[in-house]
Structures are given as structure tokens and as C-alpha cells.
Design a protein around this ligand. Structure first.
Ligand code: SAH
Ligand code: SF4
Length: 423
């Protein structure tokens, strides 16, 4: 739990691992370099893997079996070298290696926070399409589980006014390979793939895994990159491979209404909505996509979310901004808005970043807000800020330029001043 005074406390970075001197890093770099020109097999579905095998001359009657073998090596064992695939004929391993790679990005930087949170800056080769891109992935270990926060885009085209990522111009959507490779690289670094002696076909237990949960809450708006996110998440949830339960996968959206229903019916993962305000005037300022898809439409799409039940509730994220959206009357509006939806409300203490005008609400205010919505029958956990010292917490992922429109900034500042005055 967040403790009083935690807000201001910026703890020192425990460790930034300089991978440049490390032998392991030299190997990683060499591997990433090998991946510059050839296509990667990571992120292909079974049909595409079969096609990739056909292209290198694997006869049709063998393909299904070979796909199964590859799937196991790639996603259960997590190997990054074709030569390790010992039950595949040597000649085929060599042909595979001549034409394809098992992509892993270059780890540019690995930072470990005082609280154990890890942040990786990963560089993906261009594979012939523009410049290499860099993204951040964050691992948050907790009692009984470990959550990996995955990015879906480089930067974000939306510009929620309190979000650091929103200040960075979008460079591009990530591919399914790049989305999955974040999970695989994290598992490599955490030693989370089973040892080499795991028997073929072994079922990997969900318990005891270092990465037990994933959240699409890193950089970018996942529903603006629907197809790649869908492909990557279906592979992550595949029972014969990475085998993460869909109940342990959460996709967070700022409210791209047309894709919300499809998220439930085509991907089937848990949904989180970045709500942050319960009236359109304020939400227009905080989460500008609200101007396109206002609350009425957003709430209707939540009510219709496939699979919604008390056991599979929607999480509504609500960032606590001092003097902006944190009064009890805001809490009352929130309860009213969510009436009838099986929901959890996740209060997120605002994580500051250089140049922001927002401040996090006081501990006492957050506590009162939480009590109020608790009393109305909603679970309202307060998200413990993690990894703030390495700018790894929600909304702190990297940025380049300031994008908020001046008129919107002025309106917000006026609102904040009014909010402080009312205290
Ligand atoms: N683009 C998606 C997912 C990434 S953001 C979305 O907006 O839902 C993940 C969560 O962090 C969102 O709820 C987002 O609103 C929140 N967030 C962004 N900036 C933040 C900040 N500075 N402090 C706390 N939470 C923030
Ligand atoms: Fe993009 Fe989400 Fe940040 Fe909004 S909160 S700018 S949608 S990453």
C-alpha cells in the first residue's frame, strides 16, 4: 500500500546494469545483429509458421509435426538458437538458421528499482522498415505474482494530459513479434523459462512463474494496434506454448469504443478502462479521445463487453490528480456512472514526471475517496506506485516532446486553481 509521504520520496536507483561491458550483452548484441535482415519466427501463428517451413522446402506431410516442435521450442522452452532444437534434424536446423531468426531485441538498458521493479529499454532491428525502434517494458514483482507491463506502440498518438508517454510523438505500431518479444526477453532475463531438462510436452505450471500476469499498460494505445496486439496475446495465451491464462492478461484502453467489443469476443482477455473522470467536460481535458467517444458510448460498450460477469469484472482506472478529479463529489459521480456494471475501481496515485503541472492527491484525500467508493460496494484498491525512482511507474515511460494544446492546458490550470480553492 501507498504510505503517507510516499509521494514525495524519490528513492535512489539501486542499480542500472551497464550491459555494455558484459559478455552476456555482447552475445545479445550479436544475436540482435543477426536478426537485422532475416525474418523472425516469433509472433507467427501456426499457419504462418507452416508457410515459413514450406518456403524452405519442408514437405507438406511433415509440416504439422514440425510446427508443433517449433512451437514447443520457441514458446515452452524459450530457446533463442535453432541449434538447441535437438529433436529437429540437424540439416533442417541449419536451413532454418540460414533463413530465419528467433528474434530477441537488443537490451539497451536494464534498470532495477529500489523496490525490485525492473525496466528494460529494448531496441528492435528495423528489418528493412525504417529505423530501429526502442520501447520500454516493466516488470513488477509482488507477493504471489509478477506482472509484466508491455508496450503496444512506440510513443502514443493520444495525448492524455497527465501521461508522459502521451508527450512523445508516435513513431510506429509494434509488430506482434515485438510485443511478444518483450515477454520473452523478460522471461530470459528473469530465468523464467524452464530448464533444458524439461521433458518435451511438459505442462508449465502457472504457479511459481516469475511472469504470472501481463498487462497491456506500457507505451501506446493497444486498441490502435488491434491486429498485432490480438495476435501476440493469442500466442501468449496458447495452452501449448507460453500458456498464460486469459484471466491473467489485462488490456487497458483509453476508450477506443469500436474495438472494445472485439477485444472481448476475439481476444477474450480482461478489460481495463482508463476512465479518470466521470463527466465529459473533465474527461475531454484529461483523456482527449473522450471528445470522439464520449462517456455514454464508452459505458454502453462496457455494459456489452463479452463475458462480463461478477467473476470477470471490468477494471476502471482512475488517476488521483490533486484538485482536479479527487473530491467526494467526483467519487459520487463515479459511482453513479458505473451503476450496473460489474466493476473494480483501481485508484492510481499520479506519478509525476519532469515538466508536468499535475500533482498527486494527498494520501488523506485518496483514502477518503477510496472509502467512499468502498462503501458503495466497489473494490477500490489503491495501486502502489512502483519503480518511480527509475521512471517505470504508470505513465512515466519515455517522452520526447510536449504535445498538449495550449488552450487545453490553460483550461486545466484554471480547473486546478479552482479545485485547490475549494479545499
Ligand atoms: N494507453 C492505454 C494503456 C497505457 S497507460 C491506456 O491509456 O489505458 C496505463 C495506465 O496508466 C492508464 O490508465 C493511464 O491513464 C495511466 N497513467 C498514465 N499516466 C499516468 C501517470 N503519470 N500517473 C499515473 N497513471 C498514469
Ligand atoms: Fe496514450 Fe494511454 Fe498515455 Fe493516454 S494514458 S497518452 S492513451 S499511453
Amino acid at each position: 500500500m501507498l504510505s503517507p509521504g510516499d509521494d514525495d520520496e524519490e528513492r535512489p536507483v539501486t542499480a542500472t546494469i551497464d550491459l555494455t561491458d558484459d559478455d552476456a550483452h555482447a552475445a545479445l548484441e550479436a544475436r540482435a545483429a543477426r536478426g537485422q535482415d532475416k525474418p523472425s519466427l516469433i509472433g507467427l501463428d501456426r499457419a504462418e509458421l507452416a508457410e515459413a517451413l514450406a518456403k524452405i522446402g519442408v514437405p507438406e506431410k511433415q509440416r504439422k509435426m514440425r510446427v508443433q516442435q517449433l512451437w514447443h521450442w520457441l514458446y515452452v522452452r524459450g530457446v533463442d538458437d535453432f541449434m538447441a532444437m535437438t529433436n529437429v534434424a540437424r540439416e533442417l536446423r541449419e536451413t532454418l538458421a540460414a533463413h530465419y531468426v528467433i528474434g530477441r531485441p537488443e537490451i539497451v538498458e536494464e534498470q532495477i528499482s529500489a523496490d525490485g521493479t525492473r525496466k528494460w529499454l529494448l531496441r528492435f532491428p528495423s528489418r528493412g522498415a525504417g529505423k530501429p525502434v526502442e520501447v520500454e517494458t516493466v516488470y513488477i514483482p509482488e507477493e504471489g505474482r509478477g506482472t509484466l507491463c508491455i508496450s503496444s506502440q512506440v510513443g502514443c498518438t493520444l495525448n492524455c494530459s497527465f501521461c508522459h508517454t502521451g508527450t512523445q510523438m508516435l513513431v510506429r505500431n509494434l509488430t506482434a513479434e515485438e510485443i511478444l518479444a518483450q515477454l520473452m526477453t523478460a522471461r530470459d532475463r528473469l530465468g523464467d523459462f524452464p530448464g533444458a531438462d524439461t521433458p518435451m510436452g511438459a505442462i508449465v505450471p502457472a504457479e511459481g512463474r516469475k511472469v504470472s500476469n501481463i498487462v497491456m499498460m506500457g507505451m501506446g494505445e493497444p486498441l490502435y494496434n488491434f491486429e498485432a496486439v490480438k495476435k501476440a496475446l493469442l500466442i501468449a495465451a496458447d495452452g501449448d506454448g507460453l500458456a498464460l491464462s486469459k484471466r491473467r492478461i489485462t488490456l487497458s484502453t483509453s476508450g477506443v469504443v469500436p474495438e472494445i467489443g472485439r477485444t472481448g469476443s476475439e481476444i477474450g482477455v480482461m478489460l481495463a478502462i482508463s476512465l479518470h473522470a466521470a463527466n465529459d467536460a473533465l474527461r475531454d481535458l484529461l483523456v482527449p479521445i473522450n471528445k470522439k467517444y464520449p462517456l455514454k458510448e464508452l459505458i454502453a460498450s462496457c455494459k456489452a463487453y463479452p463475458g462480463l460477469s461478477n467473476a470477470r469484472r471490468i477494471t476502471f482506472e482512475y488517476v488521483m490528480l490533486k484538485g482536479v478529479n479527487d473530491s467526494l463529489s467526483h467519487a459520487r459521480d463515479l459511482i453513479k456512472l458505473l451503476k450496473g456494471i460489474p466493476a473494480k475501481i483501481n485508484l492510481i496515485p499520479f506519478n509525476p514526471w519532469p515538466g508536468t503541472a499535475f500533482e498527486c492527491s494527498d494520501w488523506e484525500t485518496i483514502g477518503k475517496f477510496a472509502d467512499f467508493i468502498n462503501a458503495a460496494g466497489y473494490a477500490s484498491p489503491i495501486r502502489t506506485p512502483r519503480g518511480r525512482d527509475i521512471l517505470a511507474a504508470c505513465g512515466q515511460l519515455k517522452s520526447e516532446s510536449e504535445r498538449m494544446r495550449k488552450s487545453d492546458r490553460l483550461a486545466l490550470e484554471a480547473m486546478m486553481i479552482a479545485g485547490h480553492g475549494a479545499e
